[in-house]
Design a binder for this molecule. Structure first.
Ligand code: MTE
Ligand code: CO
Length: 424
């Protein structure tokens, strides 16, 4: 037994004795350090080992360890004119698994984050319905509830990368995505209560924020898997994510997931066609625009190593990890290349593989310390394969902002530092 003596003497003794027996293991411990008997992290008693910690009344709402202060959302000041109609990004390189913690879900607002009093919030249904209705939050909770894990990706995610590599870090190139478990009710149950008239083909969803953001959802999708959600990861929605209630439109572009949802108008044409200019289209090289591109295409990114998360442990065993997702369903497979797409090897998907949710992949390798061009390529259950950026540009040109699902390349140098590059 190790005794807690102030000078660490007995620990040192224990380690020396232990070393002889463990020596035979050293060769196979490729990912471990050499067991140094004079490592002060082992031989000296630390303060947290010496003094009592905070009591149970110190943190009514728990926060991450102060040593995790870099795991924060970040924005790019020059991207938008002001931070109110803007975006910040999920720190993907600091996360693992498939669930995004509530405080780290990227935010995209057109008029800032509205702070809505749930007691005064109403959800109205009008338009082509038998019975226009108004629901309080209490009313919504009386419908049967469902729990579903879905990713939300802004159509503009990776939008700055259309013309070439630009932002140095997966947080900025791919961080307009998050994945949480939603609790709420099915939109179809609410629509059934109001009774959709046969001519009703679209559901116009409107937010209660200052931007009164409005998008149209095709009736087929509305009656399929859309949710009116009031909780994420087990607690009430965060203000930034639309508290007290938001629309969940699985697999479809984030813009349709109206936050602070206050109105559902059933109509016979999409709201976007009532306006002179329709939003969220993809401008092609020939001047035409792609319209109603709702489902998010199959996509993946290596989160570690990446520019904000270099390799710091030197050569030898390396766990490469990242995320993959598809608006078409589950991700069937992810391949990894360390040489810029010449050779591919399958990665290991671990954790739940759920339709329209993030998938976590790992690729365990032995890094010999030479430079690498890291890429990941996802394939979804429908057989769609993530294209290279060149393939994408050949079809869409470089004018687009939205729906860039091209393969990302990180150049890793011999020191383990990583950089956003493109291979031509
Ligand atoms: N809903 C309202 N009411 N107002 C908004 O500005 N932004 C949309 C959508 N819903 C928005 C909104 C966009 S463009 C995206 S990508 C998602 O919300 C972002 O959701 P998040 O902030 O929860 O990440
Ligand atoms: Co968006």
């Amino acid at each position: 037994m190790v005794e807690r003596s102030g000078n660490g003497q007995s620990r040192r003794g224990f380690l020396k004795a232990g070393l002889a027996g463990g020596a035979a293991l050293a060769g196979s411990l490729a990912a471990g350090r050499v067991l140094a008997a004079d490592d002060p992290a082992i031989t000296q008693i630390q303060d947290w080992n010496r003094y009592s910690g905070d009591g149970v009344d110190a943190h009514p709402y728990g926060m991450p360890s102060p040593f995790e202060k870099d795991a924060v959302r970040r924005n790019v000041a020059w991207l938008t004119a002001d931070p109110v109609s803007s975006v910040n990004f999920t720190p993907l390189h600091k996360l693992d698994g498939i669930i995004t913690p509530n405080g780290l879900c990227f935010e995209r607002h057109h008029g800032g984050a509205a702070v809505v009093d749930p007691a005064k919030h109403r959800l109205m249904i009008n338009g082509l319905v038998e019975k226009p209705l108004v629901f309080t939050m209490d009313d919504l909770r009386r419908f049967p509830r469902v729990n579903k894990i879905y990713f939300l990706e802004c159509a503009a995610n990776s939008g700055m990368e259309w013309r070439g590599s630009q932002l140095n870090g997966c947080q900025f190139t791919h961080g307009m995505v998050h994945c949480v478990m939603y609790t709420g009710v099915l939109l179809k149950d609410i629509l059934a209560e109001a009774g959709v008239k046969p001519a009703g083909k679209w559901v116009l969803a409107e937010g209660a924020d200052s931007a009164a953001m409005t998008r149209s959802i095709p009736m087929e999708k509305a009656l399929d898997d859309c949710m009116v959600a009031f909780a994420m990861n087990g607690e009430a929605l965060r203000v930034e994510q639309g508290y007290p209630v938001r629309l969940v439109v699985p697999g479809f572009e984030g813009n349709m997931w109206v936050k602070w949802l206050r109105r559902l108008e059933v109509g016979d044409e999409p709201w976007e066609q009532r306006e002179e200019t329709s939003k969220y289209t993809d401008l092609l090289a020939n001047g035409k625009a792609r319209h109603f591109t709702w489902a998010m295409d199959v996509k993946s990114v290596i989160t570690n190593p990446s520019p904000q998360a270099p390799i710091t442990h030197g050569k030898g065993r390396l766990v490469l990890t990242g995320l993959a997702w598809s608006g078409n369903g589950t991700v069937a497979r992810v391949d990894i290349s360390t040489d810029g797409g010449r050779n591919w090897k399958p990665a290991r998907i671990d954790g739940p593989s759920l339709p329209m949710a993030l998938h976590r992949f790992y690729y365990e390798m032995d890094w010999d310390g030479s430079e690498m061009f890291l890429q990941s390529r996802a394939m979804d259950e429908k057989g769609f394969v993530q294209p290279t950026k060149q393939q994408l540009r050949a079809v869409r040109g470089a004018n687009s902002i939205y729906h860039n699902n091209g393969i990302q390349t990180w150049y890793v140098d011999t020191n383990g530092a990583a950089e956003n590059v493109e291979i031509s």
